[in-house]
Design a protein around this ligand. Structure first.
Ligand code: 1GP
Length: 240
């Protein structure tokens, strides 16, 4: 159980972390070896697995297959309780603190306990904030919550800080998968200045430039999914 400690260690050394997000709904098992080979040759440090609309049992077989081909830590990023599998290394226990839907603040978590108590998964409590990005994303649709408005940065900062004060271990600023534009540097830097926790930023990051901007603004870990799904050549720009 060292995924979180390794993140803390990396942050203390100012290392930039990169998670590749694999959506079980979009990744066929026979494509996994080739895709993971590209991840292994890249600067990626983590593999996240999860999605908003994933059929039951898909995650389990996908994680097992990924594990055969990669040594990187596999972290569940679940959209639902059915995506919990013991074959991963850790799980982001996400509370959608930007929204006011009790199911995604605490309800799903209660349902998850019976699955987690017999598992070896490292559970990492994560304050998850959905930030508006110009279009409706799957997180918004599935959770029936509104994203936080970009014009009111202080509320975003205070929400992240409240997550820290509640004892959460990570803060995740999410623009949503396939977002039109990523979380702004201004939001990232203001949140980073207010919290002591590692900061994850994802959603709509499609270029090295946007990735570098997120790190520069204060992201400790960047999460990229769609850009790799759409163009595996992007990995070549991120060679180790
Ligand atoms: C979504 O933050 C992740 O939950 C990644 O988003 O698919 O837009 O890279 P993208």
């Amino acid at each position: 159980k060292n995924v979180y400690q390794n993140i803390l260690d990396a942050v203390s050394k100012s290392e930039e972390l990169l998670a590749v997000l694999i959506d079980p709904d979009k990744m066929h098992l026979n494509k996994v070896p080739n895709f993971i080979e590209k991840i292994n040759a890249s600067i990626a440090t983590h593999i996240f697995v999860g999605g908003s609309d994933v059929e039951e049992k898909t995650t389990d077989s996908l994680v097992k297959e990924i594990k055969k081909h990669s040594q990187l830590p596999i972290v569940l990023f679940p959209g639902n309780v059915s995506q919990i599998t013991n074959h991963a290394d850790a799980i982001l226990f996400l509370s959608l603190i930007s929204g006011r839907n009790p199911d995604y603040l605490i309800g799903k978590h209660v349902q998850a306990v019976s699955k987690l108590k017999d598992s070896n998964l490292e559970v990492i409590s994560t304050g998850y904030l959905l930030i508006e990005n110009g279009k409706q994303t799957a997180v918004q649709r599935v959770t029936e919550t509104k994203p936080m408005q970009t014009k009111n940065i202080q509320v975003i900062v205070d929400t992240a800080k409240a997550g820290e004060l509640l004892g959460m271990k990570l803060i995740y600023l999410e623009a949503g998968s396939g977002a039109l534009y990523p979380v702004s540097e201004e939001i990232i830097s203001n949140v980073k200045a207010a919290i002591k926790l590692p900061l994850i930023v994802g959603g709509g990051i499609k270029s090295i430039k946007q990735m570098a901007q997120a790190y520069e603004a204060g992201a400790d870990m960047v999460v990229i999914g769609t850009a790799f799904e759409e163009d595996e050549a992007f990995f070549e720009e991120l060679q180790n």
